[in-house]
Design a protein. Structure first.
Length: 61
């Protein structure tokens, strides 16, 4: 993932006021709204200590 792409994801999170945690529902919405693939968003969140909460598949708690 290049820096421009990371910046794009960061800007999307900042626009939605997401800094420390995101719900699974929000992640799906963000993915669709900003055309960011879910795996990329998940990787970015994991790499930047943004917790994913309320996973619809029960993967995150």
């Amino acid at each position: 993932m290049d820096n421009a792409y990371k910046t794009r994801i960061r800007e999307a999170l900042d626009t939605e006021n997401i800094a420390h945690e995101i719900s699974c529902t929000q992640a799906f919405m963000l993915s669709e709204k900003y055309d960011i693939p879910l795996p990329d968003l998940g990787h970015f969140c994991n790499s930047n200590q943004i917790k994913i909460r309320g996973c619809q598949m029960g993967c995150f708690r």
